[in-house]
Design a binder for this molecule. Structure first.
Ligand code: G4P
Length: 291
């Protein structure tokens, strides 16, 4: 989903963090049978790093469309189809409440069916399967790990040959997760990626101009979910409105005034972004596979 009248925003990621994250992933990769990539269901393309194909070097992959509770269910369904057709195992989750998380271990076993058969042929029946969780910051990796592990989570402890401090969480008989998720850096290969990451709170930075971000978000909402704008902010967006005009209209309806005739755009911008984050505008996706 993209449009034309959007203000340019400059959002980046630090190369130092990137190198460190890559090293950590590469060190752990040889210890696992599969890689589980957590994505934000509202922006599966922008919350994923296309370099992961190279980084994970052919390891079987499972994709988790997390924050599905905040995403448009019809669009999420399209993403599930889209990724399954590409050969990924895919599940939908709301890691916060735990919905969908139960599907994880079965999906991993199905993904590794061939490998399990190979192990059995070699007499290694019941060999433990190990998975590493990967994802960009704030996508819900820790929440997901905790929920998958549940109450019966047991830290397996250090094992010979494993670097000190690396621990495995026992999920159920024969399935273990690396306790520390790998952090992937976002890839700003399209102009709107940084903006979508900021709207969904994957990037929380003081340097982001929240008013411009919210104004651009208004334009997206008018384009894809005008009914959500009308329902929540009680105005009908006109085609000629700029994003800032729409922020002003919403501020007027909310009574966010600085002085007579002057509306508090900053407050409205923060309100819009916070309310989207809290799901108060409804379940809205910001990318679809057919875009
Ligand atoms: P990370 O390890 O990938 O960095 O992410 P983490 O688990 O810390 O999750 C980041 C925030 O996202 C947490 O909220 C968490 O509760 C929330 N979250 C994770 N999964 C889901 C989900 O499926 N649905 C919803 N609605 N929220 C989810 P937080 O600490 O309160 O931060 P924030 O909400 O202010 O970003």
């Amino acid at each position: 989903m993209s449009g034309s009248a959007y203000e340019k925003m400059n959002i980046q990621w630090f190369p130092g963090h990137m190198a460190k994250a890559r090293r950590m992933i590469e060190e752990n990769l040889r210890l696992v049978d599969a890689v589980c990539e957590i994505l934000d269901a509202r922006i599966p393309e922008s919350s994923r790093n296309p370099d992961i194909d190279k980084i994970t070097a052919g390891k079987p992959r499972i994709l988790v469309l997390n924050r599905a509770d905040l995403a448009d269910p019809a669009v999420t369904e399209k993403w599930v189809d889209h990724f399954r057709r590409q050969g990924f195992a895919v599940i939908e989750t709301d890691a916060k409440s735990g919905r969908g998380v139960r599907d994880f271990s079965q999906a991993v076993r199905k993904l590794l069916e061939g490998k399990i058969k190979e192990f059995e042929a070699k007499g290694q029946t019941g060999r433990t399967l190990r998975v590493m969780i990967l994802g960009i910051p704030n996508v819900g990796k820790s929440t997901f790990i905790n929920k998958v592990a549940g109450r019966k989570a047991a830290v397996a402890g250090d094992k010979p040959g494993v670097t000190r401090g690396r621990q495995w969480i026992n999920i159920d008989g024969g399935l273990e997760l690396l306790d520390t998720p790998g952090i992937l850096w976002p890839k700003f290969d399209r102009p709107e990626v940084g903006e979508l990451l900021a709207i969904t709170n994957a990037i929380k930075s003081d340097i982001i101009d929240r008013e411009t971000l919210a104004a651009n978000f208004m334009l997206r909402l008018r384009e894809y979910y005008p009914e959500a704008l009308e329902a929540r902010y009680k105005f009908t967006p006109s085609p000629g409105d700029s994003g800032f005009d729409m922020l002003e209209k919403a501020a007027a309806k909310r009574g966010f005034l600085i002085s007579k005739g002057e509306y508090d755009i900053e407050r409205m911008a923060n309100t819009l972004l916070n309310e989207y984050h809290e799901g108060k505008l409804g379940r809205l996706s910001l990318e679809a596979p057919d875009d």
